[in-house]
Design a protein around this ligand. Structure first.
Ligand code: NAI
Length: 394
């Protein structure tokens, strides 16, 4: 079958197996080109391992440190007539590359929030690795069924207390207009915290501890975002920000149980991923940010970010450098004063007419398509390809 992109708003319903493989390979090549790390982890569990920051968090320890990895994700395999999801093809490609390099890699496709998934993963750790020394929690999900009460909670991206009006980019049409988002209810805050807060992260660590599969001195990290004032109402001070606050509270609880230096929140840079493209206002901010950061020679993608997270913090000689709230800040380049003031200036001026001049919207669109394996060099998109690709470890 010939697979072409089919996009609808912030969703692309098709993905290209060879394109996804090329994307994964370019991330592996980048990691291999970097200097060796001081103390890379050896047995790593990545929850949310198939796309975005989680995929990079699987590639870095594997290809920088030779780590064995277990990946958990929620993806759709292809059939003989229908394309699978990008995360599925990424994971197939990752496992194939890991096997070629002689690295252990096993993947589990299903609901990370469920007790069954935790049990299955623990059995695999016991059987194959004995213990894990690093756990990366990189889930981004719109819903979670809580296994304790069976209730399904949905997260929302809304401001708290008052409505929020801001410039917004329609990424389908390239039109810059304005959006008003009405404030959330108390219940929506609670539900967003349930889905995107740290509760499930803590449940994973508790289950791993109970099973005796946490190595002495293990570390665990989850990802957060802060960003500029202009997105505060929809992000940091909005419903998702409350969930990220909860994540930081989870870090404190995990550190008091297992010792300081066990759990970290890493604040990462705004990047085009399947999760971030669904947030109102953020795609316009990212398009402006990319232009400014590329011109300043400071642009990074997920793989460069996570390479830096491990090399300079988690796996460095001196351990992580933390901010005054105890967080790792790999958003430091994004948040530099000169970068933010340049983005602010562009934000004031940007219109539909000057979008391609003042922003990197074409870079945004290219990167969005690359997430699904489209637009990669060396891939023949006119050629027939087989959408049915088994995961080697299944
Ligand atoms: P993404 O959409 O690329 O990845 C989400 C991952 O979660 C995928 O592997 C997906 O399969 C998995 N997943 C979703 N629901 C699942 C479920 N029920 N069971 C198992 N796996 C499931 O997202 P992205 O952007 O990489 O986000 C990861 C984390 O990084 C999130 O906590 C996000 O808030 C954070 N972050 C993202 C930033 C960005 O700009 N993209 C910036 C800073 C932090």
């Amino acid at each position: 079958m010939i697979i072409q992109p089919k996009t609808r708003g912030f969703i692309c319903t098709t993905a290209h197996p060879e394109g996804c493989a090329a994307n994964v390979q370019s991330q592996i090549d980048y990691v291999k080109s970097c200097p060796p790390m001081a103390n890379p982890p050896k047995k790593v569990l990545v929850i949310g391992a198939s796309t975005g920051y989680g995929l990079a968090s699987r590639i870095v320890p594997a290809f920088a440190g030779g780590a064995s990895t277990i990946g958990v994700f929620f993806e759709k395999p292809g059939t003989d007539r229908k394309s699978g999801s990008a995360g599925w093809y990424n994971s197939v490609a990752f496992e194939e590359a890991a096997a070629d390099a002689g690295l252990y890699a096993k993947s589990f496709n299903g609901d990370a929030f469920s007790e069954e998934m935790k049990t299955t993963v623990i059995e695999a750790i016991k059987a194959d690795l004995g213990q894990v020394d690093s756990i990366v929690y990189s889930l981004a999900s719109p819903r979670r069924t809580d296994p304790t009460d069976g209730e399904t909670y949905r997260s929302v991206l809304k401001p708290i207390g008052q409505s929020y009006t801001q410039k917004n980019l329609n990424t389908d049409t390239g039109v810059v207009d304005s959006i008003t988002i009405e404030p959330c209810t108390e219940e929506e805050i609670a539900h967003t915290v349930k889905v995107m807060g740290g509760e499930d992260w803590e449940l994973w660590i508790a289950a791993l501890k109970e099973a005796g599969v946490l190595a002495d001195g293990f570390t665990t990290v989850a990802y957060s975002y802060i960003g500029p004032d202009l997105t505060y109402p929809i992000y940091t001070n909005g419903t998702i920000g409350k969930a990220k606050e909860h994540l930081e509270e989870s870090t404190a609880r995990l550190n008091s149980e297992f010792g300081e230096g066990t759990a970290y929140v890493s604040v990462n840079k705004a990047l085009v991923t399947q999760a971030s493209s669904a947030i109102p206002v953020v795609p316009l901010y990212i398009s402006l940010l990319y232009k400014v950061m590329k011109e300043a020679g400071l642009h990074e993608g997920t793989i460069e970010q996570i390479q830096r997270l491990f090399a300079d913090h988690l796996s460095s000689e001196g351990g992580p450098q933390l901010d005054d709230k105890g967080r790792i800040r790999i958003d430091d380049w994004e948040m530099r004063d000169n970068i933010q003031s340049a983005v602010d200036g562009a934000w004031e001026n940007v219109t539909t007419e000057n979008l391609s001049e003042v922003s990197d919207f074409s870079g945004y669109k290219n990167e969005f398509l690359r997430l699904f394996g489209f637009g990669l060099e060396g891939v023949d998109y006119e050629a027939e390809t087989n959408p049915e690709r088994p995961l080697p470890s299944e």
